[in-house]
Design a protein around this ligand. Structure first.
Ligand SMILES: Nc1ncnc2c1ncn2[C@@H]1O[C@H](COP(=O)(O)OP(=O)(O)O)[C@@H](O)[C@H]1O
Ligand SMILES: [Mg+2]
Length: 299
């Protein structure tokens, strides 16, 4: 057990009870894990696997049925620690009739910030999440992506050390997703610890340092994302374009070393990359179209 972990859970369990107090759903079963300062930690799992339950236990919004949980060195039920935590819930519960400025001002007041600090913090956050153009529009007019952005700004109002994000990218289009992932990486660059939940595998792979895979309320896998995905019994060498003769020479060299070529191909990028490059290119050159099979930014 490391002394300086930001989050420590030990055999943490939660069983929801029905109206008569009878055990109903075992939402989390004996979760033991540590989150270290400055890392982006991903809770990954299908719907109903216990991600939201875990985050709520960390905040002390739910009481564990069994086990222990400490956050920032305090037991989770001590709510004063929440002043150092930012939380983006799965569904934002923001006031629909306030605009972005008013929303952040309202939450700044809850943290007893002075008018001058509130204004400065509001300006910083609105710029960070890219809502300058919409800061005076009521939230009821916001798109899903804009709602997620103002939700994040609200979660950061108190400049928290630890940020808990419940499904930060759900419902966002690829551009909104990319922006949200960049914002999460920026939080890490600012020295914050981030715990995010997601059922979207690519999002977790792109931003998280370590992940835990939950299934049916149980921890199945935990580790460093790169280590978990690396296939150690193969070696990949990437070179510039090779002629067929060069390839067969390489094959004979490998043979000499007792190795075999398993495949020879051109690397592919992801559909997300292609999509983002297409949007960039369309902004730069509005009239341009690509012929079938052609792709923007391919060299
Ligand atoms: N308030 C509640 N009362 C009863 N069961 C609940 C409650 N909240 C969640 N559950 C159940 O607990 C399990 C885990 O839910 P949740 O933590 O929300 O999962 P996830 O966030 O991974 O989708 C699910 O089976 C869900 O139906
Ligand atoms: Mg959830």
């Amino acid at each position: 057990m490391s002394a300086e972990a930001v989050i420590q859970t030990r055999n943490l369990s939660k069983t929801y009870r029905d109206f008569w107090g009878r055990p109903k759903v075992k939402a989390l079963n004996s979760l033991t894990l540590d989150v270290q300062p400055g890392e982006i930690f991903g809770l990954l799992g299908p719907n109903g696997s216990g991600k939201t339950t875990t985050l709520k236990l960390l905040l002390g919004l739910l009481f564990p049925s069994d086990g222990e949980v400490s956050v920032l060195g305090k037991p989770a039920h001590e709510v004063t620690k929440n002043e150092r935590i930012g939380y983006l819930p799965e569904e934002s519960y923001l006031y629909r009739f306030l605009n972005a400025d008013e929303t952040l001002d309202f939450y700044g007041k809850l943290f007893n910030m002075t008018a001058a600090t509130r204004k400065q913090r509001r300006d910083e956050l609105i710029e960070m999440v890219g809502l300058q153009h919409a800061r005076r529009r009521q939230l009821k007019e916001y798109s899903k992506g804009m709602t997620r952005r103002i939700g994040l700004a609200q979660a950061l109002i108190n400049n928290p050390e630890l940020v808990l994000l419940d499904e930060p990218t759900s419902g966002l289009d690829p551009l909104g997703t990319r922006d949200m992932k960049d914002l999460i990486l920026k939080l890490k660059a600012d020295g914050k610890t981030v715990v995010m939940s997601s059922h979207l595998l690519a999002d977790v792979q792109d931003v998280c340092d370590r992940i835990a895979i939950l299934y049916g309320g149980e921890l199945k896998v935990v580790g460093n994302v790169k280590d978990l995905l690396e296939s150690r019994d193969e070696t990949q060498i990437m070179s510039s374009q090779l002629s067929p003769e060069a390839i067969s020479e390489v094959e004979s060299v490998l043979k000499k070393h007792g190795a075999t070529v398993k495949s020879v191909s051109h690397p592919t990028s992801t559909l997300e990359d292609l999509f983002l490059r297409t949007v960039e290119e369309s902004k730069a050159r509005p009239g341009r179209r690509f012929a079938p099979g052609e792709a923007p930014g391919r060299v």
